[in-house]
Design a protein around this ligand. Sequence first.
Ligand code: DC
Length: 268
Amino acid sequence: MTRTTNRESVVIELGKSSEDSADHRSSAKPAPELLVTIDGPAGTGKSTVARELAHKLGVDFLDTGAMYRAATALAIDASIPRDDEAAIVKLVESADLRFDWGADPPDLRAFAKSVMHRLRDTDVTAEVSPVSALPGVREILVHIQRRIGSEHSRLVSEGRDQGSVVFPDADVKIYLDASPRVRAQRRAAQLLREGKGDAADVDINQIEAEITERDQRDRSRSVGPLVCPKDAIRFDTSDLPQSEVVEGLLEIVVSALRAKDPTGKKQG
Ligand code: DC
């Protein structure tokens, strides 16, 4: 996708919330364009910190993992086997997946109905990796993501291929990482928080093994493999609380933009 280059300014109004930015959007001066991608493996806390980063920057947030989860939920609920690519592709195409951007977080809809309640269910989590490896499914979802990118000029887009495949000319590319053990601990805490298991059946060692296996699969697949984009800034979140990760990301975004354009003005 080609982003327009007639940007006003890349100075990000740090510390402003999205409410502030609504004022900004309604002012006569057009808002500066900004596309930040956040790639990386599962369990690094990507979605949460990316959402928070978008909020602090006052820009929209695209959760692409939610789209792969929605495709998976649709396939499961229609009793389509996960390897029946043609049937899944047909179903996802006809579902007209789209976000309602008026909701916070944006409400992901398929067949005009919200699918948000299904996204984190254990059956969906178990099946999403193979479904997201289907080239036809990736093709549709990448197409929708690029369309969203062209419609939202100020966006943080999160998902393992956002900087490497979907938006290769993003303004700032970040690759979030964390050790498999830490990622397993975070996933276990999330399951407990969401009531998807109790302390007795949440087994950290098993979750860690599943994460390592999923990474392997995701790194070695032929379409949209998990890679750190060449020009991405790598950020290890293993030893940091979420608030510090978000602050770190804010600093990365601001200094990357300053490095590209020290005057704070982009050339048109
Ligand atoms: O980030 P998440 O756990 O919600 O992602 C769900 C799954 O979708 C996970 O297996 C990775 C996959 N995914 C993908 O292949 N490409 C993306 N852009 C986002 C997620």
